[in-house]
Design a protein around this ligand. Sequence first.
Ligand code: ZN
Length: 133
Amino acid sequence: MYTEFFINTHSEEEIIDLTDEVEEIVKKSGKKDGIVHIYVPHATAGIILNESADPNIKTDFLKALEKIVPKHAGYLHDRIDGNGAAHIKSSIVGSSITLPLKDGKLIIGTWQSIMFCEFDGPRRNRKIIVQII
Ligand code: ZN
């Protein structure tokens, strides 16, 4: 079963919790067992699993990535559209996660949330694809 939905981002860099949206899609699907694949088809965004309860973790994560991949550090791609760092961060973070589905329930850690990472916002209509296999 294939589903997609869209979100708008509001900052240059932002982490947005998508757990409720994904759990709702899983619930509506009626599927009981399998694999839930969540994929972000964007070259300057990504998706992670981590804690959402403490919002400081999102800030810490973005700050840590900034230290590894500072903006405008001489990237060749910056000559085209100025977002070389965002492309590298997207590659480091990755574009998909896969979670088990058991007895109709998404298996995810108590302190894990599914979170979209914006690295070149703000943007409209960032697409998230959820496929249950
Ligand atoms: Zn670019």
